[in-house]
Design a protein around this ligand. Structure first.
Ligand code: BDP
Length: 324
């Protein structure tokens, strides 16, 4: 009797300890499909997570936005229904106020300047606020600069006047387009190609890899290098899930994200150049904008209104502007 009881107890204990060390299966959201630098970088991240944690955490990456639109996926990661996401900081602004720093048009002088700001105190403030909101950034990735595309070249804000322009989900982008006299149309990424094709919108704005990868270049003719937004992206994890890991596993996942982020930046440098060449070869006319001054001048009102409504953001804005 005692023997049987002890066998039952031993197997119950074994079972418990097995469960405790059972591999965690995590899911990751990625909006991009094959051929986009972030897709390869997220696959690499999954490989590194598995290798660094010796299989204690396995990560299945769902590409092409199949787990939902970006605003939905952000909510899912915040709730822990999905563990990881490669998010653009643009749609994070409505959820985490500090993240909106990067959505102010022309706030950064260049992509390296944007990374310097993120690596400094402003970046720490943004990362801390994101973590509080359940979206802990483990690595920052490159998303280049966003420019306008439509059926005509855009050289001045007056060229945007009267155009219906698709933007991501963030009030700053609607203010930005309105300040140029255009009609902003917030819309999910997945709907943009059809909207451009059917004339529901006259134009949109994005970087070269996204412009190419989802076929926006097939339904427009001109890409105008306004480079009005330089928005970074993150590899973000649900904060509580990450904090529940042992310190060793946390370090392993962090190292995987840092390596994958650096890998993404390399892929991005090559991929964005290639994407530009490919769309040009397909007939897209790319125009430089000789003077971006009028675009910047039009944004003074956007900054004034934004800072009047969000005076507590003035410090971060100043920090970014003063970063060399
Ligand atoms: C791409 C970003 C992606 C956004 C998309 C958009 O990588 O996260 O969802 O733009 O415009 O460049 O919605």
């Amino acid at each position: 009797m005692f023997k049987r009881l002890s066998i039952v107890l031993t197997s119950a204990l074994l079972c418990l300890s097995f469960n405790a060390s059972a591999a965690e299966k995590w899911r990751a959201w990625n909006i991009h499909s094959d051929g986009h630098p972030n897709t390869a970088a997220m696959d690499k991240f999954a490989e590194l997570v598995e290798a660094n944690t010796k299989g204690e955490i396995t990560l299945q990456v769902f590409h092409g936005g199949v787990l939902g639109s970006q605003p939905d996926a952000l909510e899912q990661v915040r709730l822990g229904a999905i563990e990881i996401g490669n998010f653009n900081l643009g749609p994070i602004g409505p959820v985490v106020k500090e993240a909106n720093l990067v959505s102010l048009p022309f706030i950064f002088k260049s992509v390296p300047h944007m990374f310097r700001v993120l690596e400094g105190e402003a970046g720490q403030t943004i990362a801390g606020a994101m973590a509080e909101a359940g979206l802990l950034p483990l690595g920052w990735v490159d998303a280049g600069a966003r420019s306008f595309y439509s059926q005509k070249p855009i050289n001045t804000p007056a060229d945007v006047e009267g155009l219906k322009i698709r933007v991501m989900n963030n009030d700053l982008y609607t203010s930005m387009i309105s300040a140029m006299g255009g009609n902003p149309s917030p819309m999910a990424f997945a709907e943009v190609q059809q909207a451009l094709k059917t004339g529901v919108v006259d134009g949109a704005e994005n970087n070269f890899p996204s412009f190419k990868n989802v076929g926006h270049y097939e339904v427009t003719t001109h890409y105008s290098l306004s480079e009005h937004l330089i928005i970074p992206e993150c590899i973000c994890v649900n904060t509580s899930k990450f904090e529940a890991l042992s310190p060793e596993l946390q370090a392993a996942v962090r190292a995987a994200a840092e390596e994958a982020a650096l890998y993404q930046r390399e892929l991005w440098a090559v991929g964005s150049k290639q994407a530009r060449e490919e769309v040009e070869a397909a007939g897209i006319k790319v125009n430089e904008i000789a003077d971006k001054g009028p675009f910047q001048a039009a944004m003074v009102k956007v900054y004034d209104d934004y800072l009047a409504a969000n005076p507590d953001m003035a410090g971060l804005v100043k920090m970014a502007q003063e970063t060399e």
